[in-house]
Ligand binder design. Structure first.
Ligand code: MN
Length: 316
């Protein structure tokens, strides 16, 4: 008896299920440094900048594992976005470079390794797609763009401009470093809320020209009514997963109620990509040890990486 069942052309090949094989990001191939590629996923399993609940060193592995959900048909190398009614990442090559090697308690070496790894991706004319790690990794990542002008957009519940600790190198201060040393053309913080932002530190960066859109302002669609908020030019996007509401992203060290959801994020990302070019991004602060319940934080992070990748590659 012929039992060959009619199969959709998009049916997965039998040897390629999300739960089999070694987990790279979405099942994309590993990057060989001489190979031409459009985007390179890079893990940074570093969480020594954490000031509260550690564990984001396990973030890259958890995000890769969750991202395998999107690996059904690697022969296609594209996805149909049913919500936006369009194919994404069609004809784009994405690869995974694995993780930056981390040495315990060796801040300078680790930051140097991070900058060097990102620079090697930029040298290959590819977009770095960084998986954190805690938010302190953003500055050594942005440092690799030195000499290029860029606008910096930071999605986070926190303004990350803390001066409260003796060390300025925690996950509470990346915005300060980007402002002071990164020479960003503009700095925009989106989703700010909660009771742990210092009014003095926030006032100080606003005086220095930083634009702040609070979570409430974003929810009320204020952003779409600000003309020229996003101009032409190159954009680096940093997404702290605590930008999202804790109901959607419980697996993070410093959650705050009143956050946003994936469609809000997607709308802003495409608003940026419609005007400018996203030339690099990170997704940080995923802590799998606090996630549980279906690993929904890691899944959300994986989906955000694909959304950012599409915004970066499909509109250029
Ligand atoms: Mn942050």
């Amino acid at each position: 008896m012929n039992n060959s069942f009619p199969r959709s052309p998009y049916a997965p090949p039998k040897d390629n299920f999300p739960f089999t094989g070694i987990a790279t990001f979405a099942g994309y191939p590993l990057w060989q440094s001489e190979q031409q590629t459009d985007a390179v996923v890079l893990g940074i399993p570093y969480d020594e900048g954490t000031t509260y609940r550690p564990g984001t060193r396990f973030g890259p592995r958890a995000i890769r594992d969750a991202s395998m959900f999107y690996s059904y048909d690697k022969k296609e190398d594209r996805f149909y976005d049913a919500d936006r009614r369009k194919w994404i990442l069609s004809g784009k090559t994405v690869t995974d470079a694995g993780d930056v090697p981390i040495e315990p308690l060796s801040l300078e070496n680790n930051w140097r390794s991070i900058t060097r790894a990102v620079a090697s991706i930029l040298d290959a004319n590819a977009i770095p797609a960084v998986l954190g790690g805690d938010h302190s990794i953003t500055y050594p990542v942005v440092k690799a763009f030195e000499g290029q002008s860029l606008h910096y957009v930071h999605f986070d519940t926190h303004a990350d401009c803390d001066r409260m600790f003796a060390s300025n190198f925690t996950h509470g201060s990346p915005v300060l470093h980007v402002m002071e040393n990164g020479r960003a053309e503009s700095v925009t913080l989106i989703g700010i809320r909660g009771l742990t932002n210092s009014p003095h530190d926030v006032a100080r960066i606003q005086e220095q020209g930083v634009t702040i859109i609070t979570a409430r302002e974003l929810r009320n669609k204020l952003l779409q009514s600000i003309p020229d908020l996003f101009k032409e030019g190159n954009y680096y996007v940093s997404l702290d997963i605590d930008f999202f509401d804790p109901s959607a992203a419980p697996g993070t060290g410093t959650p705050e109620p009143g956050g946003l959801f994936f469609p809000d994020f997607s709308d802003v990302i495409h608003l940026i990509a419609d005007r400018g070019n996203i030339i690099g991004f990170d997704v940080v602060e995923v802590n799998p040890q606090l996630d549980g319940r279906g690993a929904i934080t890691a899944h959300l992070a994986a989906r955000c990486v694909l959304e950012l990748m599409s915004a970066a590659l499909d509109s250029s």
